[in-house]
Design a protein around this ligand. Sequence first.
Ligand SMILES: [Zn+2]
Length: 214
Amino acid sequence: MTHYEPINIPDDAPYINALFYQTMQGIEEVLGSNGLKAVLQSSGLERYVNNPPPNDLASGIAAREFAQLNAAIEVFTGRAGKGMLQRIGRAAFRWGIKEQSSAMGLAGLALKALPQRLRMRAVLLGIRKGLMDTVPYGLIDVRDEDGTFVFTDYACVICHMRHDDKPLCHMYIGTLSEAMAYATGKDFRQFEVIETHCRGKGDGYCRFEIREKG
Ligand SMILES: [Zn+2]
């Protein structure tokens, strides 16, 4: 059970500069500056080569273009694609925490005093708030279902206008894994994050299950 009904996101929906900027930082950390250049060029985003967007909440990129960038990284990295996209998601999250914690909904979260489970929940709710405050069509549901956190994004941009028979949002898995590491102080490998539904394969939302490995 989820809170919301699937929503219709316009084909030309915009995406936010700051979030794209964060992703570019993650790509550069993992693939190097030549790798970043290559995937920008092959996804039709050559206007950003050596010319990053402003780190602000305006929009210079379409959600569809952001999704194409994800597809280009998968092609560029071949068989390693899934793992690379996860690494990029983790690197982007770490960079965002340092440089953009307010846009990410994580500024001023007093985690230390909370038990681990509530810290995990607070960070997931922070990400939800950050995305829903900055992305105009953002719609995210977070809940705790019998010990598994379920994070459902009804407006995922990673797979916008893409189609596959498998879930596509590996970068999101990286982001959520790193978020759990941030929340708990543990290694990201301690957490299992699975994408059970994906808009890219025709589901009404991208749904992730998050649990600590026992
Ligand atoms: Zn998705």
